[in-house]
Design a protein around this ligand. Structure first.
Ligand SMILES: [Zn+2]
Length: 58
């Protein structure tokens, strides 16, 4: 496992149209590869580690 490198993330808004998601788990901020959403609702995004939390939104 070599994904423990923590880089400081600049605080800027993601431009519209750019697919970049960050895990919604408080304090996580990892890249989120799992999206959860009901129809007509905003998506919730979580990383591999916290993807189980996203199932609450389904
Ligand atoms: Zn996470």
């Amino acid at each position: 496992m070599s994904d423990e490198i923590r880089l400081p993330k600049p605080e800027y808004g993601t431009p519209p149209g750019v697919q970049h998601h960050v895990c919604e788990h408080h304090g996580c901020n990892k890249d989120a590869g799992w999206g959860f959403a009901k129809p007509k609702q905003a998506s919730h995004w979580f990383c591999f580690e916290h993807r189980a939390e996203g199932e609450h939104y389904l």
